[in-house]
Design a protein. Sequence first.
Length: 271
Amino acid sequence: MTASTSEVAGRVPGPGAAGVLLVVIALLFVLGGLPLQLLFGEAGLLLAQIVFLILPVLVFVRRGGFDPTLTLPPRMPSGAEVGGGILFLLGGLQLALFLTWLQSLVVPVPVEYLEAMSSVLEADSFGRYLWLLLVAALLPAIAEEALFRGVVLSAFRQKLPTVWAVIAVGLVFGIFHLTPQTAFRLVPTAWLGILLAWVVVISGSLPLAMLLHFLNNATVLTLTAIPAVRDQSTDLGEQGPPFQLLLIGTILFAFGLSVLLHRTREVTESG
C-alpha cells in the first residue's frame, strides 16, 4: 500500500534509507548482475543496469512514499544551463587530469588492466560503437545519476550542510566503483561525483547531470574504444599534463560555474 499524495508531498529519504538502498543494490549486482554478465556478456550488463539499478531506485521512491520531484528533480535545463554545464564539466575534467596524475604517484596505474579494458571496449565498427555508447555511457549515466545525485544527494542534504553533502556523495560514488583492480580510479571518480552533485544543487536538474555524465562517459569511451584516438591520449608522461591545461581548465570551470549560477538564478526568479 503506497502513501497518499498529501503524505508524499515534500517527503525525501533520509541517509539511513539511502544507505540501505546502496547496500541492496550492491548485493543485487554481486548476486545477480555478475551472473548475468557471465552468461550474456555485454547484454547481461545492460540488463543488470536496468533490473538491479534503475528499477530498485524507482521502486524505492514509489514504495517508500517519497516525493519524486524532490528525490529525483526532473526540471529540464535551459540551453544556457546545458552550455554552462558542459563548460563546467570540461574544465573540471581537465583539472581531473592533474588529480589523476598526482594520485598515480602514490597508486600506480595498472597498465595491463587498462590494456585489457581497451581490448574489451574497442569499437571496430560504427554499430559496435553505438552499442558501447548505450551499454557503457547512456545507461550508466541515467542509472547512477538517479541513485547518487537523486536519492543519495537528497538524503544527505537532509542531515548535512550542502558542501559536505556534495563531498560525501562524491566519496560514496568513488567508493561504489572500487574493485581491487580500480583503486587508481578513486580520486577522479569521486571528483566527477562531486562535480555532478554541484550541478544538481545549483540547477535543481537531474536531467542536466545525466546529460553531463553521459558526455563524460562517451568521451572516455571514445578515447578507449577508437584505436587511433586512444594511441594519442593514453600517456600523460612522467611530468604530468601540460601546465596550460591547468590554466585552461580553471578558466572553463569558473566560467561554466558562473553561467550555471546566473542562468539558474534567472530561471528561479522568473518562476
